[in-house]
Design a protein around this ligand. Structure first.
Ligand code: SF4
Length: 372
């Protein structure tokens, strides 16, 4: 059957990571990377290499020192709110994919306000609003109205939704959205094509260029990431780094964040073809802190409590907590099945107590709505 969307894409030269994957790295390369003050692709490739797995302790020490230098002892907190589980997408790894037998929900505006009030009462000042692929139940008009409701209550309103045109991002920025999160899932074109079985998300380059369109449209921050487990992590992490550097050079006035989501269990029972264990995830986080020292690095409740506690302040400077991956769930409204399973199910107070016990300060607000 013909698809209206392009299939396997060709990566632009500014993104292609293959020149750095063709080299093998030694312990001497890793030591050199650990000492450099001018990190680049070569540094990251060395720190992601198998040779660096023996250097986790010095990598952690350098990552912690850089995190303290750029973020002090603070950890910024946010919480996600899923607005809708309706989706036309066919992502093989997602519990909201259109072939999953699950009840679909979308919050009406009254429920959105109630959910946001419940989140606000917990103490959060930053909320991340999520939907699936563009559909009639959750289109740009719906999102604009949800953003408006959220912007009356929160200083920082972030969106993690479908890729849009620059003009559509401008509408959301004018409604009060400040940040966009857009994970590329994988930068490997053949894998991307395989994992995104149908729908607009098959258009890999459209997704790749969405953060740039969002920043051109007036959003202040862009969050990038790749879904670890879909493809070779070294390939994806080098491409992610190149994507971030490209945006930093083009949109020098904008802020970036980088997240490290790993594939979690979901209703479809998808198995990660390239599983990433906690040791490798720690190596990736330390490597990014060393190579992008002033970019906030984010870790969500996909990860377990013990791992998150260890990473807080040790590279990671921003975390979600008390998260629901169901539609709603903070107030009265709430669906039963979520997009994926949460691993760290602690409440906000328990988590903040843990941070303080490590001499870290939970931060709820680092952006004021007057800057919108
Ligand atoms: S990842 Fe997003 S676009 Fe893909 S099926 Fe899930 S909700 Fe839809």
């Amino acid at each position: 059957m013909d698809t209206p969307y392009p299939t396997t894409a060709t990566l632009p030269d500014w993104l292609d990571p293959t020149p750095w994957l063709e080299q093998s790295h030694t312990a001497a390369d890793v030591r050199h990377a650990l000492g450099t003050e001018s990190p680049n692709e070569e540094t990251l490739a060395a720190l992601l290499s198998p040779a660096a797995a023996e250097f986790l302790e010095p990598m952690a020490a350098r990552a912690q020192a850089l995190t303290r230098r750029h973020f002090g002892r603070t950890v910024q907190l946010y919480v996600p709110l899923y607005l809708s589980s309706w989706c036309s997408g066919g992502c093989a790894y997602c519990g909201f994919a259109s072939d999953r037998q699950t009840e679909r929900h979308a919050l009406d505006y009254t429920s959105v306000a109630k959910e946001l009030d419940a989140i606000k009462a917990m103490g959060f000042e930053e909320v991340l609003l999520l939907t699936g692929e563009r559909c009639p139940k959750a289109d740009v008009d719906y999102l604009r109205d949800c953003v408006r409701i959220a912007a009356q209550k929160f200083h920082n309103v972030a969106i993690e939704v479908f890729p849009m045109a620059e003009e559509e991002y401008r509408i959301l920025a004018e409604a009060g959205a400040t940040s966009v999160t857009m994970y590329q899932e994988t930068y490997h074109p053949e894998t991307y094509d395989l994992m995104h079985r149908w729908g607009p998300k098959k258009d890999m380059l459209n997704r790749l260029e969405a953060p740039a369109r969002a920043l051109s449209g007036g959003l202040r921050f862009a969050g990038l990431g790749a879904l670890l487990g879909l493809s070779d992590p070294q390939y994806d992490m080098l491409a992610l780094y190149r994507h971030a550097r490209h945006l930093q050079k083009t949109y020098w006035q904008a802020g970036l964040t980088i997240s490290f989501p790993r594939i979690r269990n979901e209703v479809g029972g998808f198995d990660a073809p390239y599983p990433v264990d906690e040791k490798m995830l720690a190596q990736i986080i330390f490597a990014f802190r060393i190579c992008l020292p002033d970019v906030p690095l984010v870790l969500s409740t996909r990860e377990g409590a013990a791992f998150r506690d260890g990473m807080a302040g040790l590279g990671i400077s921003k975390m979600s907590i008390a998260s629901k991956t169901t539609v709603g769930g903070y107030g009265d409204a709430g669906s039963e099945e979520g997009q994926f399973d949460v691993s760290d199910a602690r409440g906000l107070h328990e988590f903040c107590d843990m941070l303080r016990s490590k001499d870290l300060e939970p931060v709820f607000k680092n952006w004021d709505s007057t800057y919108r």
